[in-house]
Design a binder for this molecule. Structure first.
Ligand SMILES: C[S@@+](CC[C@H](N)C(=O)[O-])C[C@H]1O[C@@H](n2cnc3c(N)ncnc32)[C@H](O)[C@@H]1O
Length: 220
């Protein structure tokens, strides 16, 4: 599904509206970019899965100024926004990152896109593919919603997300967003996400966590 339709917004408003939907969006992107290992100015290939308008890749480029970015997205229109942001350093690939051949790279990053992977089995396959594509010492960095394993904390986390939405929308609109996304998106618990990454061969760290949102770095 095209991003605008999924979020129920005109695509030109994406950069503004994503910040009303996701609490700590900018902070999470900063934290994700900060997980890239220091390369002392060496060139590198960085892959962004579900690059969207390119905000995370742009943060990464500020840490790796000589990086070439390969951005996958199934939505050609939003990929154009990433192109406008990243210029000639971006190679945009319109297509499904689950089935695409993953290029050899030093880092793979992804923000708020991997919850579109429908099953844990598909995610396990994707993580194994990422592990094979990364050079030694490479990292997979994920910023996304990762649920608590405890039902009582999951309730608190949902209330925190709702309270963020209510700063911008009515309570009814905010609840409707969460209901609609819950139908389309596929969230795992943080514990299960880490287990899948470890089973694929990664060492894992949780670099940042607030309520149900987390930045994970998985190192090869
Ligand atoms: C919520 S947006 C996040 C975009 C961006 N990473 C950000 O942080 O703003 C999710 C993006 O992932 C893309 N996407 C979802 N599943 C995908 C898939 N299987 N293959 C390629 N792109 C996908 C969508 O088209 C969309 O642009």
């Amino acid at each position: 599904m095209a991003v605008g339709a999924h979020l129920g917004i005109p695509l030109r408003e994406y950069d503004e509206r994503i910040r009303t939907f996701i609490p700590w969006y900018d902070e999470m992107l900063d934290e994700a970019a900060a997980c890239l290992p220091r390369r002392g100015g060496k060139s590198a290939t960085l892959v962004d899965l579900g690059i969207g308008s390119g905000a995370l890749a742009a943060e990464c480029v500020s840490v790796w100024p000589r990086a070439r970015v390969i951005g996958f997205d199934s939505d050609a229109e939003i990929l154009q926004m990433a192109g406008a942001r990243l210029g000639s350093r971006l190679t945009g690939c319109v297509g499904d990152f689950e089935t695409a051949t993953m290029p050899r790279c030093e880092a793979i990053v992804s923000a708020f896109a991997l919850h579109h992977v429908r099953t844990a089995r598909s995610k396990a396959t994707l993580y194994r593919k990422c592990h094979r594509a990364l050079t030694a010492g490479g990292v997979l960095v994920i910023a996304d919603c990762q649920l608590s394993s405890r039902a009582d904390l999951a309730v608190v986390d949902r209330a925190a997300w709702l309270s963020h939405l209510c700063q911008y929308y009515t309570a009814a609109e905010s609840r409707a967003f969460l209901r609609a996304w819950a139908k389309q998106d596929h969230y795992l618990t943080l514990t299960d996400e880490l287990a899948l990454l470890q089973a694929a061969g990664f060492r894992t760290d949780v670099r940042w966590r607030r309520y149900s949102f987390a930045v994970i770095v998985a190192s090869r």
